[in-house]
Design a protein around this ligand. Sequence first.
Ligand code: DON
Length: 577
Amino acid sequence: MYFLKKQVYVFITTLFLFANIQAETVAILEHEDRFHPVVGYGGMVVSQEQVASRVGAEILRKGGNAIDAAVATGFALAVTMPEAGNLGGGGFMLIHLAEENRTLAIDYRETAPAAAHRDFFINSAGEADTRLSRFSSLASAVPGTVAGLVHAQKRYGRLSLPEVMAPAIELAANGISVTHILALSLQRAEQRLKNHPASAAYFFNKDGTLFQPGTRWKQPDLAATLKRIAKTGGDDFYEGKTAAMIVAEMERSGGAVTLQDLRNYRAVEREAVRGRYRDFEVASMPPPSSGGVHLIQMLNILEGWDLAALGHNSAAYLHRLAETMRVAYADRSEYLGDPDFIEVPTAELMDKNYAQTRRSAIVLERATPSAQVAPGLELVPESPQTTHYSTWDEEGNVVSNTYTLNFSYGNGISVSGAGFLLNNEMDDFSAKVGAANAYGLIGNDANAIAANKRPLSSMTPLILFRDGVPVMVTGSPGGSRIITAVLQMVLNVVDFDMNIAEATAAPRVHHQWLPDVLQVERGISRDTLDILTAMGHKVEFTPWSVGKTQTISRRGPLFYGSTDYRWPGGGAVPVKP
Ligand code: DON
């Protein structure tokens, strides 16, 4: 009897031990008893629009790699989610190549046209004219998306460009079924789009009425443009028929982009910025995005505290988070811009000692007014829509891509005959020192307008590694809130042991130095907010979400996907469910 009892005891203990080991190895990825992400095998695509996610997953099924899937998804989103998916905008793609164990960044951010200059948007009263920088044709910078996607595909894809573009062409030519969210978003943008005849023709019924959900919507001009791009390896967009259409549109509507600007445009490869956070490493986008640099800077500052012990979204935690964000955005306003034009102190900003200096200046008992927080480096003087998607293939290649027209539907101006919208990315420059852009971000000389320069961005495509192996890929739209949304994804997973679905769903906060306001999403307790207010924070509920993250993680053969339900209609699609 005793012997039998002992056997049972040993058996149970072994089971327990095994379960514990399992639990530890999967800590960040899976908790079956909790709110759960989508699970599947063979690879995963997560984007803000389900049809586009399915396109990406189908490309993986056909033997394409994560890069093929990303390019296919990017072109598909230009058809299915015209408010942010685009040909006329720009963005950033972070790629991890499993075989070479290399992570690289493709910068396909738009560039200012050659005619642009420092006072491009200054009116006769000496003020920055936001109508010009946001809603006119002059708001459009030279589009980079086609160059970026084609570059990624040619250099790192496995299939051919026509193969990965075929689904987008098919969707544009044969039509998509208008979803509830697309109908709603077009309704919201109705006024702006109808100001321009080509947009009025493309995005509404012939009689000018709104599309009803379920309507089949065909985009023949866009299909033809996509076909020309596929056939010419992208050249048509920059020097062919599409280029001519863009230039004609510029001439009609008073824009500044010329054929020479289009011919000169190049997507460039840059080294990803990398940082360590506790037992993890992160790779993200270097300048001209501010995302990677400030994400790493904030992680460095936060690393000095035991956040898990403070408790998720407790007042003590949120205070440290807000003060850290305040510091990072103060630095952003001063030092960040296009590295091809100015010296960006990337290494200094990401330095652990600098983080410690800034951390030790943070008062733990009360909020420090932003007026008392300044950019902090001692340097020797020297000369609302974006969208993110993530793909991951079975071999371990990973893509994190954020691209944008800046606002939803950009400046609202479509290229007649070519079927796509133009960006208003020029507004991301500092039109004037100290003048805020549309996201309230203040800028300085570093981000002043200059010919051929790239406007500073907040887009933060991210890959998180553990022991050199990717464990999570994410990114988000949200203007200035992108960096803080992505930061909270990392903290939720690393410090608070959440799986990616929980990390996505948890309420987020945002502080950007100026305005001096702690913006919070709904879902944080009233007494927590009261404590923060008593500490001196100006707490406000944000009318917009803090980001809409699109995330994948992996454990062995299993892929986990989580779209962000702050936006309906997203899709996490595995190769095999
Ligand atoms: O590059 C940037 O930082 C901005 N143009 C992004 C705009 C954006 O995310 C708007 N979307 N919600």
